[in-house]
Every structure is written in C-alpha cells, then in structure tokens.
Design a protein around this ligand. Structure first.
Ligand code: M6R
Length: 607
C-alpha cells in the first residue's frame, strides 16, 4: 500500500528518496512527500498525485544527506497535501512516515489536543509525530520506544528529529521494514525495490523490532532495548527486473515474461526419472506428506483464484479433498483445524494483511501452514512453517499476471508429488510432466497472436458490463478474467460458473452485455455449448475462447479466440493469458493507467 524510504549517507538525500519513491510508486500513489534533515532543522515537501509532482516541487533538490520519504494510499483522510506524509509535530522538530493504521488514534488525538497540540491533518499517523514531541527527552530512539505501547494497530514507522540530524529510527509491527546496507550509506524502506539501485544487502525487521540507522551503522533491538543480531541477506533480484525494458508498461512486460516465469517455477522441481515433483521448501518428509488427508488454501484476489484451481487439481488428480477459502473470511470464523490437514497461504507479495492474519490464526490453533510466495523474505514467507517461492521475479503492475501462472505451476508440481505417492503410475507421472512442460511453448504461441486479442478488445471496450463464464477447472479462470478486466479498465465484469447463470445472472443478458465463454475441449465442452445457446437465445453477444479447430464453438459465437490444443488439465494457463491481454488492451483503448489503476495498491497491508 503506502511506501517508506529513508536514507543516511553522503549522497543528496532528496535524490535518493525520489528515486526510491518512484520504485515504490506501484504500492500506493495518491500523494507523496519527503523530509530532508539539514544542519538547522528540516524541510518537509509534500504533493498530491504522481512522484513527478513532488520531484518538480523539489527542483534541484534540497541540500541534506539524511531524510525520509513516503508514498501514500489514503486510508484515513482524503487525498490532500495536508494528509500526505511526512507528518510533523508542528514545530519542525519531529517528522514521521507511517504505513499501517493506528486504530486508537482518535483517543490519542483527543488527549494530545487537550494538551494543546494542534493537528493539521485528518490522518491517524499524525499522532505519532506529536507523541514523539511529548515524550522526547534526549533520545529519539527512546521516545519511540516509550510511545510504542500506546499505539494500537499496525505500523512501519520511520522517524527523524532535527535535534539528532543524521539519524533515522524505525519500528515495525505488521507493516514491513527492511534495512539496506550500502558502503558508507544506509537505507530504510518498506520494500527492497526502493533500495535495489544502491545495494543488494538487506536486513528484514520482524514485528516488535526497532532499528536506528546512521550513514555508517545500523542497530537493531526490541522494544525493551535488547540488541537483536540480524542476518544480512542478499536480494536475488537484478535492477533490470524492476524496469520496463522497452515494454510500454510493467503489466505488458509481466504478461510476456510468463513464458520464462513458468519455466523458472519448474526449474529443479521436477524429477523426470521418478516422474514426480520435488519441493524441498515444504520441509516435510515423504511419510508426513503421505499422511495428509485434506488441503486448505487461504488467499485473496488473484492468489485465491490460483488456489481454487490448485484445489480442483489436488482433488481431481491427487484425490485429496481440497478447498480454497478467502483469507479475509477465514480469520474471523474461528476455524476448526482438522487432523492431517495441510494449509497453504498463497500470496504474491507475502504481505497481504488478510492472508497473514488468517495464517497466524490458523497457526495459533495448531495448523501447519506453508507459504506460497513470490517476494523473498516477505512476512508470510518468513512466518510460515515452510513453503515454496514462485521465483517469478518482481511483479510491479498492480494487476497480478505472472505470479498467477507461477502459482498454478507450483500447484501442478504439488499435485504431481501427491499423486505419485498415491495412485499415479510412472507413466501417468510422465504424461503429467509432459503436459506441464508444454505450457511455455503454448504461451509463446498465444503471445505471438496478441494482435488478435487487441482487435477483439478494440471492438468490445465500449461495453459497460461483461460476464465471464467457465466450468470445472476453468471456472476460477473466468473469475480471474473478470477481476483483471474490472481492476484495470473499470468495466464492470462478473465471473460465474457457466452452469450457474440459469440460476440468476441470465436475467442480465441482453445485447449490451457480452458473455465471454471459456470452452476447452474437455468433458464439459458440450455442457458449455448448451450454456452458450441459452445466452444466444436471449440475444446476448457471445465471445468464445476455444481450442484451435473447434468450429462447432466458433459457429455459435459472435467472435472467437483460439488457443492451441493441449492436455485438458493445462487449459487454465492457456485460457488465462488471452484474458489478461483482453483486459490490458481494453484498458489501453479506454486510456486507463494499466500499471496503477485507480484506488488500488499492489500489496494490501491493511485489513
Ligand atoms: O500479494 P497477494 O497475492 O497476497 O495479493 C492478493 C490480492 O491483493 C491481489 O491478487 C489483487 O487481487 C491483485 N490486484 C489482482 O490482480
């Protein structure tokens, strides 16, 4: 959501902060600001809108080698300059940036106002700056330590004071913070992408930990000032991975990267000799895996859709009863942990609050939860009881694309692993591997024909409502196609099981509401064709996503896009990519910002 960056070192802090904020812009971007410490006092500059507005306001930069910056995604208070971070105590002595939500801010604010403090914003965050001013004696670190017990909610905080220039204090509870270690310079950020241009050496803070950085050292401790020795980790991502590299947008780049990212997700995880999968990160012995009687997936958004497909596969192929649930619902339903169950928390960012809190609730009750994350070192990855990384490289566009197909890949390998421990023969396993390994080639064919999807999008972008319909393993693909379209083009779209429309949604069908049907050549094809006919009989426009050469489908539809003929289990990969492209081209046609759609943030770290 919001992003934090802090810098202490020899460089001009304003430039480093702007550079870092640009890298963080994808996380939340309605306003931004910096605070630069100078020899005497500090200067705060904030602007609404894009980082370039802030950059223009800074001009050639403010002199000063230490500072903090923030990109805001509004939660409390509208998008205004006053509500943008950094927030100060009003006397230009204390400034803070904050990610998360201070739930008891109103009570704290009332109290501080009684003491004569004047608030300038309607945010929850401003109380932190005033509290620091009230509690400061001679150490900012101690002041932050003193106020932490007063704060209820979640936070990643970076604080500075003009009384101790050259120093940034950070604290974390529920909102990520990472220290970047450079040569003669230190960084503090909410996301490694903000520091990747300067250093690959990082230290991840855990909840309940604090840090003090100066240009040449960092000190980590807990809230009782007990020193905590942290491990320095090396970020694997290259800087180019977070640049567009000639593509028009990150989303376009990430759609095209799927040929490679699916391959990468498979690398070293398939054992052709034994015709099985190998997922070392699960931290489970074969005997333990064999005892698993049911699988549960918790996730949100696109990751939830990947989890639904994963569960379908695990149940159908590996014969393990499996069920995906929205993490936001799991947390509050007081879940029962059944014996011999295995849980997967699926999250690209590894920071989604709904999934993280649900995972903690399950763990509290004794569940074993494995993480399926893309971001290395993310909170879910670190707190889960084992897991698998997607290795898809950084996903910057808000709309998730390549992480989805990598999540699917891991579920396929997991299915293979379980199936081979049970009823799958060597031959079955080899066929399954052959099907999975054919995915990248098929995706390349689909991407080579992207112009056909573009033409279709140009024809349909003017419609206001869409239905996306699929069945079986492709039902979640319909949900994902509808999600992609609505989040980046703002066209209203609903995903349904094609069988389900007769139970209600068919009432929406008219000439103005196109239905996009996903029609693989599997055991459900003829049933789906019947569903298509029901729509056609009501004069609904029909778009079909069908298998090459299936003219039976093309004859019924108004427009058809073909995907290569393949093993029926891998169609979710082949069907989802044209839907990603369809959403992408519709958004372009409508002049939308595909990478940073309105109201959304890449990583949703509040509930
Ligand atoms: O990082 P996560 O996978 O946990 O994120 C979950 C959702 O917030 C995310 O998939 C969201 O729905 C995307 N914008 C979808 O494109």
């Amino acid at each position: 959501m919001c992003g934090i960056v802090g810098y202490c070192g020899p460089k001009a802090a304003s430039q480093v902060l702007i550079e870092g904020l640009k890298r963080l812009e994808y996380r939340g971007y309605d306003s931004a600001g910096v605070c630069i410490l100078k020899d005497s006092g500090f200067k705060v500059i904030r602007r609404t809108g894009k980082i370039r507005n802030l950059q223009e306001a800074l001009g050639d930069g403010e002199a000063g080698n230490c500072g903090i910056g923030h990109t805001r995604w509004a939660t409390h208070g509208e998008v205004t300059e006053e509500n943008a971070h950094p927030h100060t105590d009003g006397n230009s002595e204390f400034a803070i940036v904050h990610n998360g939500i201070i739930e008891n801010y109103q009570m704290l604010k009332d109290d501080l106002e009684h003491k004569g403090r004047v608030f300038r914003s309607s945010t929850d965050s401003e109380v932190i700056a005033h509290l620091l001013a009230e509690h400061y004696r001679d150490s900012l670190e101690q002041a932050l330590r003193d106020i932490i017990p007063l704060l209820k909610g979640t936070y990643g905080i970076a604080a500075v004071t003009s009384r101790e220039p050259g120093k940034i204090i950070g604290a974390r509870n529920g909102s990520p913070l990472v220290i970047g270690i450079g040569e003669g310079e230190m960084f503090l950020a909410s996301d490694v992408t903000a520091v990747l241009a300067y250093t690959k050496q990082v230290v991840y803070l855990n909840d309940g930990e604090m840090v003090c950085i100066t240009s040449d050292e960092y000190r980590t401790c807990d809230v009782h000032d007990r020193i905590i020795k942290k491990q320095v980790e090396l970020v694997e991502w290259e800087l180019e991975a977070i640049e567009k590299q000639g593509f028009k947008s990150f989303m376009e780049k990430e759609i095209y990267e799927q040929v490679d990212s699916v391959q990468r997700a498979c690398q070293g995880r398939i054992n052709p000799e034994a015709a099985t999968g190998h997922l070392g990160g699960l931290n489970m012995l074969p005997g333990e895996l064999r005892e698993i009687e049911r699988i549960r997936v918790i996730a949100a958004g696109t990751s939830y859709h990947a989890g639904m497909i994963g569960c379908y596969l695990l149940e159908k192929v590996a014969r393990i009863p499996s069920f995906a649930e929205l993490s936001s619902e799991v947390r509050y339903k007081n879940p029962v942990i059944e014996p011999h169950s295995l849980y997967f928390a699926v999250s690209q960012s590894g920071e989604t609050a709904d999934t993280l809190y649900a995972m903690r609730e399950l763990q509290r009750k004794g569940a074993k939860v494995l993480g399926l994350c893309n971001v290395i070192g993310s909170t879910i990855a670190r707190e889960s009881d084992g897991g698998v990384y997607l290795h898809s490289g950084p996903e910057i566009a808000v709309a998730s694309t390549k992480a989805f197909t990598s999540q699917l890949t891991i579920f396929y390998i997991l299915t293979l692993l379980f199936a081979r421990m049970k009823h799958y023969s060597l031959e079955d396993g080899l066929k399954f591997i052959e099907a999975l390994e054919s995915v990248p080639g098929h995706l390349q064919t689909i991407l080579d024909r992207a112009h056909q999807v573009e033409a279709l999008a140009k024809k349909y972008a003017g419609f206001k409502d869409f239905l996306f319909l699929g069945r079986g393993i492709n039902y979640p693909v319909a949900l994902e196609g509808a999600l992609k379209l609505k989040e980046i083009s703002y066209i209203h779209a609903e995903g349904y099981s094609a069988a389900e429309i007769k139970h209600g949604p068919i009432a929406l069908i008219n000439e103005q509401t196109p239905s996009l049907f996903i029609v693989p050549d599997d055991h459900l094809r003829d049933k789906i064709i019947s569903n298509m006919k029901e729509v056609k009989a009501r004069r609904g426009k029909l778009i079909a996503l069908a298998v090459e050469g299936d003219y039976g489908v093309a004859d019924i539809a108004d427009d058809t896009l073909f995907v290569p003929r393949a093993h029926e289990l891998i169609y979710p990969f082949l069907m989802v990519v044209p839907l990603q492209l369809f959403a992408y081209y519709c958004a372009l046609e409508l002049g939308c910002n595909v990478d940073q759609p309105r109201n959304l943030a890449k990583s949703v770290t509040v509930e």
